[in-house]
Design a protein around this ligand. Structure first.
Ligand code: HEM
Length: 542
């Protein structure tokens, strides 16, 4: 096939006929369409915009928008655009409009918004439903999620926490005694330094969470086969799987197969437990879920119990292991804090013969240095940098958030994703002194900014969204566990787990860091440190 093109040469006036073949035309289109769309997109951005719309971050490539800049370094991206546009602006993320609202008021706008106007499930479901499964979390109406959160919350009692501390310490002991990363530890030599990778914290997190929350069968099944299923599931929990659901790629197929296997695994445990009720008196989250009922009187179906447990496994794993890794990196890099932590362990658990008692829950909660270490780690390294909701309506942004100008108040249009980043307010130099420095000492000052922010977060007005009273706290500059109806229910457990693992390690080893604390890796959904090794040396202890 070919096409005839005729044109008059402007400089000579002669009529020229060209016969172009299809490949040539296609090539021309191939080159020109992208250029044309870039030009049209640039011109469109230069057109006057409705004054009520937040400013749009400039981008050259349509559809792709600001995805590379946001994906590479979300915090740098937010900070730069905050300087340019203020606390409220919109950017394009793979064809979606995302309106960012920053600062404590931005957090309040997103996290404190009405559920009828700002919905989490419409944003998160494409990512979470294939991994967690049907009928739970974001694959159900919000009222049902609130009930599911209540089911889990009531099963996390103080009595259980008391028993978990010993189990977690045992897991750390066994790990140090058996894992090849701790070969030097196993030689009993207190002078030699060894080193381990940060993968240790992912392993300790899954071992301790399965021994406590997930139940004995899950802990007993943590073998290579389980690890492979978990890995396939986990690899389906990435920004790509969220933004481009359903691509025909192996990681999507493996994720779906892994979900089926994981769901059947939990359901077979449930079946087994039901058949042997008298034999085992388990006291874990699964046992508690088996006894509870939805408000309409129905029991929780087995597939839903299985999917809630998968959700807990996934929600807790990266957040706790990342926090542990950051905390231990900083501890290793700050000998003064490490010494204070060790002294605190000795003072609280030391025995007259120079040894140490097992850790106990009540005492653990009183440890001031340890508490400050975890709070400070969550301040500068919260695992979730972007919290999102879908605007179900046109929603005005409070005047105090919009740049004060004659433009008046911005309105987020229906269909936009709105995004808050508590990390930005947690490292805002206008709020925190030396905001980028990891400094646990800031939490000692009872009248300081940190203590006040924490008070605002945890001691303000209480609201019950359906899973028990929680402090509203949405306008605090410190929100590591989110706020409002989607606030984390794993907070107490995570604290307990992280504090016990740190205690168990600090009393047994000294740590050292060579090369400084690594930078954050933003490639995964939950922020982790880039790979690094921590040096350790055995202390004179058990
Ligand atoms: C929600 C952080 C550990 C289960 C959240 C949210 C944050 C968060 C920021 C709010 C998300 C949003 O508003 O969109 C953390 C951190 C953790 C941690 C920093 C550890 C250091 C855990 C653990 C579990 C868990 C151990 C399970 C045992 C959940 C659940 C939700 C949640 C079920 C509720 C989701 C919703 O209502 O939409 N977490 N989390 N988290 N987290 Fe955690």
């Amino acid at each position: 096939m070919s096409a005839n093109v005729s044109f008059t040469e402007p400089w000579t006036g002669t009529l020229t006929h060209l016969e172009w073949s299809t490949p040539r035309l296609l090539l021309l289109a191939f080159i020109n369409i992208p250029i044309l769309s870039i030009v049209v997109n640039a011109l469109w951005q230069l057109l006057p915009r409705p004054k009520s719309q937040p400013p749009l971050v400039w981008h050259w490539i349509p559809y792709l928008g600001s995805a590379p800049a946001y994906g590479r370094d979300p915090i740098g991206f937010f900070s730069q655009n905050r300087e340019k546009y203020g606390n409220c602006f919109t950017f394009i993320l793979l064809g979606r409009r995302v309106t960012v609202t920053l600062g404590a008021q931005g957090n309040d706008y997103v996290l404190g918004g009405k559920h009828t106007q700002l919905a989490a499930e419409e944003v998160y479901s494409p990512l979470t439903t294939p991994v967690f499964g049907k009928g739970v979390v974001y694959d159900c109406p919000n009222e049902k999620l609130m009930e599911q959160k209540k089911f889990v919350k009531v099963s996390l009692t103080i009595d259980k926490f008391r028993s978990y501390v010993g189990m977690i310490e045992d897991e750390v002991k066994e790990y140090l005694n058996g894992d090849p990363e701790f070969r030097i530890w196993q030689t009993n030599d207190i002078n030699e330094w060894g080193s381990f990778t940060l993968d240790v914290f992912a392993e300790l997190t899954i071992l301790t969470a399965s021994r406590t929350l997930q139940g004995r069968e899950v802990r007993e099944s943590l073998n290579k086969n389980f690890a492979q299923i978990y890995t396939d599931l986990d690899r389906g929990f990435t920004p790509l799987h969220w933004l481009m659901p359903g691509l025909p790629l192996p990681s999507y197929r493996k994720r779906d197969a892994a979900h089926k296997k994981m769901s059947s695994f939990y359901q077979s445990i449930l079946k087994n437990r039901r058949e042997n009720l008298a034999e085992h008196e388990d006291d874990d989250v699964m046992a508690s879920l088996m006894k509870q009922k939805y408000r309409d009187g129905t029991s929780i179906p087995d597939p839903e119990i299985a999917h809630i447990l998968i959700a807990l496994l996934m929600a807790g794993q990266h957040s706790s292991s990342g926090t542990l890794a950051w905390a231990m990196l900083h501890i290793a890099g700050r000998p003064d804090i490490q010494e204070a932590l060790y002294k605190e362990q000795m003072e609280s658990f030391g025995t007259p013969d120079g040894g140490m008692r097992d850790i106990d829950y009540e005492k653990l909660r009183e440890l001031k240095v340890l508490d400050a270490v975890v709070r400070e780690t969550l301040r500068i390294h919260p695992p979730i940098h972007s919290i999102m909701r879908m605007a179900r309506d046109d929603i005005p942004v409070p005047a105090t958030l919009s740049a004060p100008s004659e433009d008046g108040v911005y309105v987020v249009p229906k269909g936009d994703i709105v995004l808050a980043s508590p990390l930005i307010s947690q490292v805002d130099p206008a709020v925190w002194e030396d905001s980028d420095t990891w400094e646990p000492l800031r939490w000692y000052d009872e009248k300081g900014v940190a203590a006040q922010a924490n008070k605002q977060y945890n001691e303000g007005e209480k609201v019950d969204f359906g899973f028990g009273l929680v402090s509203k706290g949405t306008d605090s500059p410190y929100l590591p566990f989110g706020a409002g109806r989607h606030r984390c229910i794993g907070e107490q457990f995570a604290y307990l787990q992280i504090c016990t693992v740190i205690s168990a390690m600090v009393r047994r080893c000294e740590f050292r860091l060579e090369g400084g604390v690594p930078k954050p890796d933003y490639a995964s959904l939950l922020v982790h440190p880039l790979p690094a090794r921590i040096m350790y040396r055995r202390r004179k202890f058990d």
